[in-house]
Design a protein around this ligand. Sequence first.
Ligand SMILES: *[C@@H]1O[C@H](CO)[C@@H](O)[C@H](O)[C@H]1NC(C)=O
Ligand SMILES: *[C@@H]1O[C@H](CO)[C@@H](O)[C@H](O)[C@H]1NC(C)=O
Ligand SMILES: *[C@@H]1O[C@H](CO)[C@@H](O)[C@H](O)[C@H]1NC(C)=O
Length: 457
Amino acid sequence: MREDAKLVFIFASICLALSVKYEPNWKSIDSRPLPDWYDKSKIGIFLHWGVFSVPAFENAWFWYEWKTAKDPAVLKFMKDNYPPGFTYADFAPQFHATFYDPDKWADVFEASGAKYVVLVTKHHEGFTLWPSAASWNWNAYDVGPHRDLVGALADSIRNRTDIHFGVYHSLFEFYNPIYLQDVANNYTTQNYVRNKALPELYELVNRYKPDVVWSDGDWNEDSTYWNATEFLAWLYNESPVKDTVVVNDRWGKDARCHHGGFWNCNDRYMPGKIIKHKWENCMTVDKRAWTHRRKIQIEDVMSIEELLAKIAETVSKGGNILINVGPTADGVIIPVFEERLKQMGQWLKVNGEAIYETQPWSQHTDNITFQGVWYTIRPQEKAVYAILTFWPENNQIILGAPVTTTKTRISMIGVETPLKWSLYRNKILIIELPILPVNKMPCQWAWVIKMENLKNY
Ligand SMILES: *[C@@H]1O[C@H](CO)[C@@H](O)[C@H](O)[C@H]1NC(C)=O
Ligand SMILES: *[C@@H]1O[C@H](CO)[C@@H](O)[C@H](O)[C@H]1NC(C)=O
Ligand SMILES: *[C@@H]1O[C@H](CO)[C@@H](O)[C@H](O)[C@H]1NC(C)=O
């Protein structure tokens, strides 16, 4: 192409790119490329916080389980500890966030190595953690902390870190009377969507400019009831975050696992194979709940070994992982969660090159050593990583998937000398792991083998 023709071509391309307008239908919304910061990030932190953090009993469905008498333990807890006539709304003034220090939270998140944070700004109980004009007297500014909890965290994260700030928002609410009226009208009306759900979403985006809008509570209705594609077209075309924002798939029962941005599908989603469409595994460090529980026991908490294994498995299959830690009503992230997050950060500091900005390989796990080996690749360096979540007893790891050449170099991240390796029957790779004093080991919990110049990169 001649130079001037090239210029014209470039201009035309830019104009075309600038003029992309997304239409309010799934075909158009789904055609938007996912901003690439999200896939590169791999690891996020999820925070379930709200009025349910006051009883801090069982989970975020406390109100529902109490009122529907679905959980006898919740009924007994209320009967034993609260006077008759005590309502769920009476918990809200006890939500004080007394020790909420968002700067400290931001520092912990930074130390964890996570690249994005998703704060629950309103769960199914309907209580907004920001002073929403659509949630009169049922928000953290009018009741409880008397603070804009969302704005404070957004500021701290932006002032102190490069972490992307995101918001979780529940579309439906258990007991919102306007919502219940729309349901009773068999969705021939959208008064709740018009006066509550959508105004909140626009407010969140315009005010806090989140890079993630993580939707939930969509499952009883179709996306047409929620006017999801109308909102998303605005988000992608006109909003202040139109170029950076990512969304998930929970925008209606027709959307989940099919439409939107990245797919969450179900909670703790873990496919058995590599999924080409970007997906996210949202999961919890407290294996039993998304919210802080006063009854938490140490055996309910994921060990760092378990957490690193989940991260490796998720990333090897093309997913991101969103790791939940529920703060207390006082605004404290309990020390066992803080420790887990900091251990993760310690590990990522050494081994992050096998996680951040990686892609799945042709296979996510090995075909000889079936358990505890997860592969990722780094296209920039033509490197294949095998993350070992166990240490083999004889200090040898046997792998079937990598096909070596005479130029193949194999090392362990954090260890300078390359590792010795050999082939069994010309085919099966046997790698000798280094035997080092504990203080010379690159890490304590999961070890990464880096392979360069493989034939089947
Ligand atoms: C953080 O940034 C916001 C907005 O730029 C600013 O108003 C606030 O004072 C800053 N806070 C701190 C603690 O630096
Ligand atoms: C939903 O979108 C349709 C089509 O644009 C519009 O007529 C309707 O008023 C919207 N409803 C709400 C609640 O925004
Ligand atoms: C494992 O996968 C590699 C690479 O695809 C292949 O060459 C090898 O034959 C496989 N081995 C077994 C035992 O399936």
